[in-house]
Write a protein that binds this ligand. Structure first.
Ligand code: ADP
Ligand code: MG
Length: 245
């Protein structure tokens, strides 16, 4: 793994009115790294993730993508969101477009590449997520797991440098969780830089290089999966993990 920082969160705070949701968070993401963010509901995981691609503004601190600070006087959020993609809990596919069109629409509009090139790319991505046979199908014909795999393919079509996932399997029926986690595992193995908010402790343990435990707006503990899942001395972390297992 390369050791270069690609995303750097420095002393980031975020309030909603009088509620301080993030309290001076510091976190660096390295290129090629897979970071799992775990922690109780309401601890600020989604807010932190949304700050990472400027879907939220911050109230204090800075976030750097490579050599650019984007939390102050920054103009090019569209470009930033191409570089830092996001996969949501609810897949947000366009219902009136086929699977292929869903994958191609943003790159066609934004990247202005030739249609043939984008088509080849989309088909390659469909192969990667194992859904080549669904290219002409509309989203309503897909299972939840298939929809989420298409959403991942759609995010990849923008060729992001980092992919953020906010509980990508939480809206799925249990029997579909595995296929989505598998797709994500393959992506991780291909070298993609990923930040994954998840309640899937098995995934965090097996796939993540680093696990971050958030509680009440702070990073209470971070470390390797072994440090978090086997060696933690922190009572809050222990109590949380006991509930999750
Ligand atoms: P998590 O993803 O860990 O469950 P969130 O980041 O969604 O936590 O939320 C952290 C806290 O911020 C919660 O108390 C939540 O109610 C609050 N919150 C999140 N989004 C908003 C919002 N848009 N307006 C007001 N409060 C919010
Ligand atoms: Mg959340």
């Amino acid at each position: 793994m390369e050791n270069t920082k690609i995303l750097s969160i420095r002393n980031v705070s975020k309030n909603y009115n009088s509620l301080q949701v993030l309290k001076k968070i510091n976190l660096d993401i390295k290129r090629g790294e897979v970071v799992a963010i775990i922690g109780p509901s309401g601890s600020g995981k989604s807010t932190l993730l949304r700050c990472m691609n400027a879907l939220e503004t911050v109230n204090g601190g800075e976030i750097w993508f490579k050599d650019q600070c984007f939390t102050e006087k920054f103009k090019s959020y569209d470009r930033l969101r191409q570089d830092i993609g996001m996969v949501f809990q609810h897949f947000n596919l366009f219902p009136h477009m086929t699977v292929l069109k869903n994958i191609m629409i943003s790159p066609l509009k934004v990247k202005k590449r030739p249609k043939e090139e984008m088509m080849a790319k989309a088909l390659e991505l469909l192969r990667i997520v194992g859904l080549e046979d669904k290219r002409e199908v509309y989203p309503e014909m897909l299972s939840g797991g298939q929809k989420q795999r298409i959403a991942i393919a759609r995010a990849l079509a923008m060729e992001p440098e980092i992919l953020l996932f906010d509980e990508p399997t939480s809206a799925l029926d249990p029997e579909m969780v595995g296929e989505v986690l598998n797709t994500m595992k393959n992506l991780a193995e291909s070298g993609m830089t990923m930040v994954v908010v998840t309640h899937e402790m098995g995934f965090a343990r097996e796939v993540a290089d680093r696990v971050v435990f958030m509680d009440e707006g702070i990073i209470m503990e971070e470390g390797t999966p072994k440090q978090i899942f086997e060696d933690t001395q922190n009572e809050r972390v222990k109590a949380f993990l006991e509930k999750m297992l």
